[in-house]
Design a protein around this ligand. Structure first.
Ligand code: ATP
Length: 239
């Protein structure tokens, strides 16, 4: 099957600091792919580079066979690579509903927008209950739900999530990951998630990469990665 996303030899610098080098990643249609790594490994840099927020110094990002590296973030989003950023970044003084509408602001297919909004409310009934509230009044978990819902309304072909578990309780993290799986299963949307919480990501994703100091050091199915002794000792708290 042709890859939806192919990342080839990607390299990103912040001034004199190389945050990511020689990164090769593939996401096939309908798969959930996890990129795991410690604090500072380069995970956010990877997603921001893919989303067009930062320009790479070198390498290629091919989406549906077309080069998207160097394009503006809004054009990358229009093509279907949609990022849920670290820390959610919802609009605190807009209502939940208006935040969701922001995700759909370039769409003209009103029926499709209504259908997607209903889907989001099915996945996240708490957003429906708080539809008219200011987003800034939501809990961290609810803001994560809202950020995911807003991204869904942008019609992603590849939904990219930056540390969805950040600051959430284990129970809420599990709930969010179950819904990410439902989004994949019910819509066929491919998912690329970066996570420090390796256990939860490996338990839910199909394929995984491990990133250390800006480089990919392992790639396999999540099942195979979970069995590796070095992954267990470094990322899963085993010994
Ligand atoms: P975290 O989980 O803490 O977000 P991460 O794996 O997402 O970590 P990045 O945030 O991508 O890692 O950071 C990768 C490297 O780039 C780190 O060494 C970090 O200090 C550096 N870095 C990140 N952002 C900047 C910046 N704006 N300017 C300079 N260096 C940066």
């Amino acid at each position: 099957m042709q890859a939806l996303l192919q990342v080839k030899n990607l390299e990103t610098w912040y001034g004199p600091i190389a945050a990511m080098q020689g990164v090769n990643i593939e996401v096939r249609p309908g798969r959930m792919v996890a990129v795991l790594g410690a604090n500072g490994a380069g995970k956010t840099t990877l997603l921001n580079t893919l989303a067009g927020v930062i320009d790479p110094f070198k390498g290629q990002v091919l989406f549906l066979g077309q080069a998207v590296h160097g394009l503006d973030a809004d054009e990358v989003c229009r093509r279907g690579l949609v990022l849920v950023p670290e820390g959610r970044q919802v609009f605190p003084f807009l209502s939940v509903r208006d935040n969701l509408a922001m995700g759909a602001y370039t769409r003209r297919d009103t029926d499709g927008v209504i259908r997607d909004l209903e889907r989001v409310f099915q996945w996240f009934p708490r957003l429906k209950e708080r539809e008219q509230q200011h987003a800034g009044l939501l809990s961290g978990g609810e803001q994560q739900m809202l950020a995911i819902g807003r991204a869904v309304l942008a019609q992603p072909r590849l939904l990219m999530l930056d540390e969805p578990s950040l600051g959430l309780s284990p129970l809420l993290t599990k709930e969010i990951f179950s819904i990410i799986c439902r989004i994949r299963d019910e819509t066929g949307t491919a998912i690329l998630v970066v996570e420090q919480n390796a256990a939860i990501a490996l338990a839910h994703a199909d394929d995984g990469y491990i990133m250390e100091l800006g480089r990919i050091v392992a790639a396999d199915t999540c099942e195979a990665l979970s069995r590796k002794a070095d992954v267990q000792s470094s990322y899963l708290g085993g010994g």
